[in-house]
Design a protein around this ligand. Sequence first.
Ligand SMILES: Cc1cc2nc3c(=O)[nH]c(=O)nc-3n(C[C@H](O)[C@H](O)[C@H](O)COP(=O)(O)O)c2cc1C
Length: 245
Amino acid sequence: MNQVMELLKKHASVRKFKDQVVDESLLADIIQSSQYASTSNHIQAYTVIHIKDQAKKIKLASLAGEQSYVEECPVFLVFCADLNRLGKACSMNHETIESSLTELFIMATVDVALLAQNVMIASESAGLGGVYIGGIRNNPQEVCDLLKIPQLVYPVFGMCLGYPKKVNNTKPRLPLSLVLKEDEYSTQEDMVKLQEYDEVIRQYYRDRTNNERSNSWTEGIAAFLKQKQRPHMKGFLEKRGFEMK
Ligand SMILES: Cc1cc2nc3c(=O)[nH]c(=O)nc-3n(C[C@H](O)[C@H](O)[C@H](O)COP(=O)(O)O)c2cc1C
């Protein structure tokens, strides 16, 4: 395994940070190198907002469901899927963007996710750590108002970055045989493999929490997915101009 793969396998979200400033030039290098992520048709449908104003970080921490690390982290970034700039590119050429299509929503969302994961990896390669914050979609309209995010742009997630104070053990992932199929989507022995993985995750949580938590992976997933996740998103996205036709 090479160094890049070793780095990938060491990833664990970081939520506690040292009181150490992240150099502006390092952050610029991280974002610039991350822009070389592949992008559908070179559309680069993303904008990143670096939140420097502490009052805004405090507000965002609250909007994200009282996630204190949003206000404590040295760097907080908001990653937006952005069709607005593409609308301008079209009008510069006397055309109109067909922004109502679901496909454009997918393109922009995938584009920003690829950029963000490069940012996470580049940051980790430079000794930083971080965590994504999907919690900003708890109150997405308020986030748009606070950050003056225009139509045809939506905040997909935030990301806390900084020098790690505490690093968790890596969380074991699903076995390769469940994730990687050959030639067709076979489901052979899926249940058995899931049961085995359940025990791996149970032990991971026992070790991490001194036996306070011991749920399996499928138990966690069931508890999470029995609830309707952010049902406001459809209406919010339609109002932003993502009509999903
Ligand atoms: C899109 C996205 C949104 C996430 N949102 C949050 C969040 O709001 N708060 C949080 O503490 N972790 C969040 N996470 C982190 C995940 O919980 C974490 O990546 C997952 O449990 C795996 O753990 P690991 O990153 O330590 O390997 C998010 C991750 C992703 C990819």
